[in-house]
Design a protein around this ligand. Structure first.
Ligand SMILES: C[S@@+](CC[C@H](N)C(=O)[O-])C[C@H]1O[C@@H](n2cnc3c(N)ncnc32)[C@H](O)[C@@H]1O
Length: 436
């Protein structure tokens, strides 16, 4: 028995009432069952059957090209050369998050399918980087694993691995569950409790993806397939596995209006990456709710990929950073927002007025002068640096300006005349700092 077969069989053998209490002790994603979510029973009711539809659709999609799942994407042809054709042909992405990766990154690809984004990312991050693809579908993983040695042979190094898991529960190792179930079939409530224990043990001892371990989480057209009642857990998991300062770069299908229930319940539309789409503003808000900052739309398709009953579904690529959590220390810094907007607000509620020196704590200074906000503000350091070890707490009350006098220190009375020294050719001086 494979992990993905558990819920239906268990439900058949024991009936819902018998297993619901023990399942509710588990993360909803650890055992999949129509009644596994206790927090949003309505959403769970309307989503029964959708998970199976996703499995069946992508098992077929792994075995043969399914044109209606394809959404045209421009990939860099030079990075496709090393990838076997069966991977390229069974590509069901809707964007290209790998464009935003850097050499040396450790990357996690959610819903890696036949592995195309992993194999592209593998070349972008180079031999110093690493790529982990996670998918729940054995048929998809099989195609990816088949292509894996060929790609490694052609690029001259192997930095990719594929793991079986559900992206809304990146701790549970589904291959481990499969192996355990093969040796310990579930035939009774007692067996089920043993399975639950084993899964808990595995999650604690060796999570499929460890917390704070990844530089970049990417995904291409998969988040929409996660059931409504598990979407919150999905964003929390993306946040968990990223290291501080890491980023999520997600391409997905979003809608311009709410998707009505009857479309959500349609297994064909759901598994076809349509009706599970979040409304585009809710998609960004989901990152915010999970604790991300610097959330930005990198790409948004002008044209809808599909339109159903007047609702437009299009591809969107978003980047979001992890790292705004932590202590606020007073290190004497300020930032000046460059414009062009009159004022802006960050994800921590700091309001920056154009051209004003706004006082910020050391952590916010770091965030606003790098990552997603880089280039938007000018950082102003105090004349005498205040190291973190000796910094006191920053008064995070309201938005305060930092006077130049505070930056330089109350006792600063220097007078520095314009330099008239010229740096002539052949002289031991720096022409860059000379006024000549
Ligand atoms: C539309 S395909 C995209 C595949 C790949 N990212 C690409 O660009 O070709 C969706 C993939 O996500 C996988 N998938 C769907 N829901 C998943 C989940 N909850 N956990 C893990 N994988 C999932 C499917 O098995 C399938 O391989």
């Amino acid at each position: 028995m494979r992990a993905e077969d558990i819920p239906r069989r268990v439900a058949r053998e024991h009936g819902a009432a018998a297993i619901a209490p023990s399942l509710s002790a588990f993360p909803s994603s650890a055992l999949e069952s129509p009644m596994s979510s206790t927090s949003q029973p309505d959403a769970s009711d309307s989503s029964s059957g959708l998970d199976a539809a996703v499995r069946e659709r992508y098992s077929e999609g792994a075995q043969q090209t399914t044109p209606e799942l394809c959404c045209p994407v421009d990939y860099d042809p030079s990075l496709l050369k090393v990838i076997p054709s069966e991977v390229i042909e069974r590509d069901y992405g809707c964007g290209n998050p790998s464009r935003h990766l850097h050499p040396g990154d450790t990357v996690l690809d959610l819903g890696s399918g036949t592995g195309k984004i992993c194999f592209i990312a593998s070349q972008v991050v180079g031999a110093e980087g690493r790529v982990i693809g996670v998918d729940m579908n054995d048929d998809m993983l099989e195609v990816a694993e088949r292509a894996h040695p060929a790609v490694a042979g052609r690029i001259g190094y192997d930095n990719v691995e594929f793991r079986k898991g559900r992206i809304e529960d990146l701790a549970t190792n589904r291959a481990h569950v499969d192996r355990w179930l093969a040796a310990n079939p579930v035939r009774s409530d007692r067996d089920l409790a043993a399975l639950e224990d084993e899964m808990r043990r595995q999650r604690d001892a060796a999570p499929l993806v460890a917390s704070d371990s990844v530089d970049a989480v990417v995904s291409n057209c998969v988040l929409n397939l996660v059931l409504p009642e598990r979407k919150r857990a999905l964003f929390d998991e993306i946040f968990r596995v990223l290291r501080k300062g890491g980023r999520a770069i997600i391409s997905d299908i979003v809608s311009d209006e709410d998707v009505p229930d009857e479309l959500v319940r349609d297994p064909e539309l759901w598994s076809g990456c349509v009706s599970g789409a979040l409304r585009e503003d809710a998609f960004l808000k989901a990152f915010e709710d999970a604790g991300f900052h610097g959330i930005e739309i990198l790409e948004r398709a002008d044209e809808a990929w599909q339109t159903v009953n007047g609702i437009e579904f299009r591809s969107l690529t978003v980047r979001a950073y992890k790292g705004k959590q932590g202590a606020c220390l007073e290190q004497g810094q300020a930032v000046i927002y460059k414009g062009p907007w009159k004022r802006v607000e960050d994800d921590d509620g700091h309001v920056l007025e154009r051209g004003e020196r706004m006082a910020v704590c050391g952590k916010t200074y770091g965030l606003l002068t790098s990552g997603g906000y880089a280039g938007q503000v000018i950082g102003v350091e105090p004349l005498v640096p205040i190291p973190e070890a000796s910094a006191g707490p920053f008064a995070c009350t309201g938005n305060r300006k930092r006077s130049p006098r505070e930056t330089k220190g109350a006792t600063y009375t220097a007078t520095i005349a314009v330099s008239t020294d010229c740096c002539e050719p052949g002289e031991d001086c720096d022409p860059e700092v000379s006024c000549c």
